[in-house]
Design a protein around this ligand. Structure first.
Ligand code: MG
Length: 403
């Protein structure tokens, strides 16, 4: 079942001070990166539209903004305006499914997405994740400084609405347009659908699918993210190989480091063979295809791109699968340039891109004894192997690396 994703992220979340809530740091990434990651990694999700404030500068700085699935639109003053703007630009058919997910819900699990899609398929009014209310609910009187209990509310049958919520494109457009015409502001999408007289299905979500609303929620979200990664997840290995031909120029990029040389390389991006081999190894370990699928040569966005951006994006894709690189071993194959004087800088740069301590990255260099294209000095080649493990364990390693 294929679907589209809409994420309203035009709000400010003023309880976090000047920086909008969705860009608060959580386990080394921005909050919104965690909220997007499972959808970027889900092959059923065919495209994502993020609605941003007109003056937003934070999103474009994140690697996920450059993923081919992701595009942005300018949102509105109210949540429903943002969702409506995003749904308008979806290149989707009327009967396609669209999920709406909060930018501040980083702990959404694949199991919840599966349950939501399964329920939505058999519902005329779409479906939403929700959790039955467990606490006793008190209604306060209007003494706003020190309120007292006016009465205890009836809690039976009450659910807290979470996201994602799933509807057909046609239904969501109809519901949001009708609300806008009546100048009504639904606080979630299901409410707009209810106003059409339809009944979205309630799908039991996880209480761990929390919405981060204030700074003190961040440590809780971090703990949940750590716990979500099964400790029994097997280690995953991946390998990559890349070649670039020499061309005009006076330097080559190797592992994100500028190395002076008598030639440059011919490439669509910056032609960094080490990082390209590394990306393929990372994608291989995650079962995520290859570098050409995610950053096609035909896409003008990658022209001249720094390959470190590819590595960042691959890290994010792995995170979406609950994985992170544990160590990387790379081999550069060429007659020249000599790697020795640059080895430490290259290892440090790659370690920093992977948020690993420097001793987790190894770089070797070899020639091919003057044989083949590398032996004739026509180009260079690189091989990379990575081991990936559960993200939760890698996170503690990354924190250690930053000390
Ligand atoms: Mg390449």
């Amino acid at each position: 079942m294929r679907y589209w994703l809409v994420m309203p992220a035009a709000g400010r979340g003023r309880r976090f001070g000047n920086e909008p809530k969705q860009y608060q740091r959580l386990c080394g990434c921005a909050l919104i990166q965690w909220s997007l990651a499972p959808f970027i990694a889900d092959p059923r999700c065919v495209g994502i539209v993020v609605a941003l404030a007109a003056d937003d500068t934070g999103f474009a700085a994140l690697p996920c903004s450059r993923h081919p699935k992701v595009r942005t639109v300018i949102g509105g003053a109210q949540r429903a305006d943002s969702v409506r703007a995003a749904v308008e630009v979806l290149p989707a058919e009327n009967q396609d499914w669209v999920l709406v997910h909060d930018a501040a819900r980083p702990c959404i699990s694949t199991a919840e997405i599966d349950a939501l899609l399964a329920a939505a398929e058999h519902s005329d009014g779409g479906a939403l994740l929700a959790v039955p209310v467990a606490d006793t609910l008190k209604c306060a009187d209007d003494g706003n400084q020190s309120p007292t209990v006016a009465h205890t509310a009836q809690r039976d049958g009450l659910w807290r609405a979470l996201t994602p919520q799933a509807f057909t494109v046609n239904l969501l457009r109809r519901a949001l347009n009708a609300a806008a015409e009546s100048d009504l502001h639904p606080t979630d999408e299901a409410q707009a659908v209810e106003w059409l007289g339809l009944s979205p299905k309630l799908v039991a979500g996880s209480p761990q699918n929390i919405k981060v609303t204030q700074a003190s929620d961040l440590p809780l979200a971090a703990a949940i993210l750590g716990e979500q990664q099964p400790s029994t997840m097997p280690l995953r290995i991946g390998n990559g190989f890349d070649v670039h031909a020499f061309g005009p120029g006076d330097q080559v990029m190797l592992g994100g480091v500028r190395v002076p040389h008598t030639q440059g390389v011919i490439a669509h991006s910056d032609g960094d063979v080490l990082l390209h081999a590394l990306c393929d190894a990372m994608l291989g370990a995650g079962g995520l295809g290859d570098i050409g699928m995610h950053f096609p040569d035909s896409d003008p966005r990658w022209r001249g791109a720094a390959s470190s951006r590819f590595v960042e994006a691959c890290r994010e894709l792995l995170a979406g699968r609950g994985l992170a690189v544990v160590n990387a071993d790379l081999t550069l194959i060429c007659e020249a340039p000599r790697v020795g004087p640059h080895r430490a800088a290259i290892c440090a740069q790659i370690a920093s891109l992977l948020a690993l301590p420097p001793d987790r990255v190894n770089l070797k260099a070899t020639t091919t004894e003057k044989l083949g294209f590398t032996g004739r000095g026509e180009g260079l080649a690189a091989q990379a192997s990575v081991l990936c493990g559960p993200l939760s364990q890698a996170l503690s390693l990354a924190n250690h690396a930053h000390l």
